[in-house]
Design a protein around this ligand. Sequence first.
Ligand SMILES: *[C@@H]1O[C@H](CO)[C@@H](O)[C@H](O)[C@H]1NC(C)=O
Ligand SMILES: *[C@@H]1O[C@H](CO)[C@@H](O)[C@H](O)[C@H]1NC(C)=O
Ligand SMILES: *[C@@H]1O[C@H](CO)[C@@H](O)[C@H](O)[C@H]1NC(C)=O
Length: 344
Amino acid sequence: MKALVALILLVQLPIHKAVPAAPPAPLGCDDPESEAAAEVAVNYINGHSHHGYKFTLNRIEDIRVVPQGPNNDIIFLELDLLETKCPILSPTPLANCTVRSFAEHAVEGDCDVKLQKVDGTLSVVASKCHSHADSSEDILKVCPDCPVLARMNNTEVLKTVSAALNDYNSKTTDSYLRLLEIGRAKIQYHPAHVVATEFAVGATNCSAEEAKANVGACQLLPEDQSNFGFCTAVMVKGPSQDLQVDCQLYGHQPGVTYIHPGQDTSAGLAPSAVGVTNHNLALVHNNPVASESSSSEILRSMLSAKALTKRAVAEAAQHDKVPRPVGFVPPPPPCPGKIRHFDI
Ligand SMILES: *[C@@H]1O[C@H](CO)[C@@H](O)[C@H](O)[C@H]1NC(C)=O
Ligand SMILES: *[C@@H]1O[C@H](CO)[C@@H](O)[C@H](O)[C@H]1NC(C)=O
Ligand SMILES: *[C@@H]1O[C@H](CO)[C@@H](O)[C@H](O)[C@H]1NC(C)=O
């Protein structure tokens, strides 16, 4: 008998030693720690975007934590974002920016972000995003009369923006404004023919009066005096004619610069978003301050994270075949997380 016990112990001991400590429960997409990481990621993405509008979090799709050492983790996040109404140059904090509604033709952003968390401090190592407008069919299905996004190089859009800016400049006693970029535009044909546009502007070193003499000499104010703003313009072309223009200048914001698409490589956008309906969110950004990483690495890691998630789901499904006691409520799936605004 003693020999048998010894044998069992002998057999069990090495097995017990080989069993690693149970891994910590994987982070769920709606855990506060995941939300904190997503907030850092979204601020980073908006901080490195130079065109269009600020984006806000709609859903955490996936999260994967890869421990590197004590108090040192790499975190991979997959995020769904939605376009807000705040232009990227606007000083309004993201928390105060309203999301563009579904009927206004929403634009979604998809981002893969790699962060590092050292001693509780999060920093973004790299991000990779793209954005796309919801399909027009989706909107027309729920709102057949809603105007949908028009291409920004549409002739009617360009004419409206130019007429609106001329109108504004002809009436202002302040700086002559120049167009920076068109943000979005919509054309409606029924019941009236209406062109609605939104565009970013910058103050020049000319007064409106000086611009009349030689508009070509009017330059955007230098960086240390820059003053950006935003205009909305609605042109009714029929049955009656009307033009409404509203512009707001933000005042000088130290450190805020407008990067002309021609010089901007991080956005990967061809000159002025020709032929598209929405600005693409900065495509790829590697944080030069952070140590390693490339966007292809993020992608590979996200793919393997997905494979892991799939396997976990399959295993959970296997488990569920085991009969559960009555009243058993399975825990919510850790990912994807909740939708904050709406599903598109
Ligand atoms: C943002 O919203 C908060 C709370 O509603 C408000 O107190 C604050 O003044 C707003 N800030 C801006 C810049 O609109
Ligand atoms: C605006 O700046 C340009 C370039 O520096 C200069 O040539 C022009 O005279 C300035 N215009 C006014 C009205 O100061
Ligand atoms: C807008 O751009 C697209 C794509 O480059 C092009 O096919 C189209 O002809 C352009 N439209 C106008 C009105 O210039």
